[in-house]
Design a protein around this ligand. Structure first.
Ligand code: NAD
Length: 477
């Protein structure tokens, strides 16, 4: 989306990048090498549908190959264009470096309204698009590994994986050519909700640092915090659901394509999502909230935390002044334009930037890729061994208690939890939580240590660009 009087998405990302590099001492030419997009492939292909040949336009952009494979989702939307795909690919490079997943950055997109086509047609279109990318190694377990993004999900990833396997029948690592697959087709537990879960872990980590929360004028933890979420798709739904159900946050507004739902006493996220599933994705008639047709207006309502989780450019020069949230977490990529970012910072709003906030998806994608390459489910070797060791300890404690007449009694709940070895889902959550905490701490260190670094976004860029620069330098570039 290009907004009048504002830079394009790609330009906006570059301008944010430059705010950070101004504060860094990169060697001559290195700034440009890191910033530019290496290549963008455009494909136009035809599929015979409903009695005629339909032509589609798709892109796969590779921003940086300082590490391979390169990684990044495939988006299905009518708004897809080269500028958007390149901006998203650049963000992938910075994101992967920030959360230490060993990938370069890439992104793909198909200019299509997926709601216009039925499942069988979408499968034909997806397989044909995948074919075009696979034959050019723009999908390949060692070189370029896509994942879901807006408008795509497990189903599309399973089609892509199957298409790759058909075209590469002897590639033993074929399943690692794409992540975000359903668990029964080589996926990993916890990937579907990973980005939303990552948003939750990011917020928990933020509130663990009272000093940081105080910069937004907030205190305590997530309990009772008033939240507004835009986009109840994969990312927004999971983030809002977990925050409400597990952390006691109150979701007071949900913004979707057909307007916003507002309820000051809190909306039941699961109930709203079920309603949308039954009513063609529409909120309008939902009975337990007030419906506002101009949904974007709800971004401006007072709240503690605003979660834009739909698309880029929604907070821009036209509404930034009226945004009241003291804390914004960018679950979507690029929801705040460069100009709006400046206005919000001036107003004292704290922004948890996209490259960190939505990195849960690529983090768990990394786990899935490793699982596919190792051909074994996480936890399969050690789970029962862990349980056996814990059981030994519990039995020894019980024996001591009885022999020495100590009268100790281990609570049944404790015993059950302690005895349980970690399954794949538990390990994925632990790895994700660790990643989100560690990455936050690396940003906050720069944020607090350097006076000229006044916000988390610049801190995130500094950490990330510094790591990419080191990789280039060690390659002798
Ligand atoms: P999705 O297609 O599952 O959901 C997007 C939701 O936003 C849909 O419910 C849609 O109806 C709604 N929406 C679209 N336009 C809107 C508008 N103008 N106003 C309000 N709502 C609108 O997509 P997603 O996968 O949840 O991705 C959302 C954002 O998160 C994108 O920016 C994407 O790049 C980013 N992201 C996604 C992942 C992932 O794992 N899926 C990972 C990282 C970042």
């Amino acid at each position: 989306m290009s907004i009048a009087g504002e830079p394009s998405f790609r330009e906006s990302v570059d301008m944010m990048f430059k705010r950070a590099t101004q504060l860094m001492d990169l060697g001559p030419g290195l700034e440009e090498k890191i910033r530019v997009c290496n290549s963008t492939y455009t494909v136009r292909f035809g599929v015979r549908l409903r009695g005629k040949i339909e032509t589609f336009v798709g892109y796969r952009s590779v921003h940086s190959e300082h590490m391979e494979p390169v990684k990044g989702g495939i988006r299905y939307s009518l708004g897809v264009n080269q500028d958007e795909v390149e901006a998203l690919a650049a963000l992938m490079t910075y994101k992967c470096a920030l959360v230490e997943t060993p990938f370069g950055g890439s992104k793909g997109g198909l200019c299509i309204d997926p709601r216009k086509w039925d499942e069988h047609e979408l499968e034909q279109i997806t397989r044909r698009f995948a074919y075009e990318l696979i034959k050019r190694d723009l999908i390949n377990p060692a070189q370029n590994v896509p994942a879901p993004d807006m408008g795509t999900g497990e189903r599309e990833m399973a089609w892509i994986a199957d298409q790759y396997a058909r075209m590469n029948t002897t590639d033993i690592n074929a399943k690692a050519c794409v992540t975000g697959k359903p668990p029964h087709a080589g996926g990993i537990q916890g990937r579907v909700e990973a980005t939303g879960r990552g948003v939750q872990y990011a917020l928990r980590e933020f509130f663990r640092h009272g000093e940081d929360a105080a910069k937004a004028g907030l205190s305590g933890d997530l309990d009772g915090k008033r939240v507004i979420v835009q986009g109840l798709g994969n990312v927004g739904y999971h983030a809002a659901k977990f925050l409400a159900e597990e952390d006691g946050a109150k979701v007071i507004a949900i913004i979707e394509r057909d307007g916003a739902l507002v309820n000051d006493s809190g909306l039941d996220v699961e109930d709203v999502r079920q309603w949308m599933n039954r009513h063609g994705g529409l909120l309008a008639e939902y009975p337990k909230g007030q419906h506002i047709i101009d949904g974007a207006k709800a971004l401006e309502l007072p709240c503690d935390i605003l979660i834009p989780a739909a698309m880029e450019g929604v907070i821009n020069l036209s509404n930034a002044e009226r945004i009241q949230a003291p804390l914004i977490i960018e679950a979507a990529n690029g929801p705040i334009t460069f100009g709006a970012d400046e206005i919000l910072r001036r107003k004292g709003c704290v922004i948890i930037p996209d490259m960190y906030a939505n990195a849960g998806g690529v983090t768990v994608s990394y786990f899935e890729w490793v699982k596919n390459l190792s051909h074994i489910r996480f936890g399969r070797m050690q789970r029962r061994a862990e349980e056996a060791r814990s059981r030994l300890l519990v039995e020894e404690l019980e024996r001591l208690s009885s022999d020495q007449h100590l009268g100790w009694q281990l609570g049944p709940d404790f015993k059950q939890k302690f005895l349980q070895g970690s399954d794949e889902l538990a390990l994925v959550r632990s790895g994700l939580d660790d990643t989100m905490r560690t990455a936050y701490q690396s940003m906050r260190e720069v944020w607090h240590a350097r006076q000229e670094v006044q916000d988390l976004r610049v801190a995130a860029y500094i950490v990330s660009i510094g790591r990419i620069a080191k990789t280039y330098q060690s390659k002798g570039l």
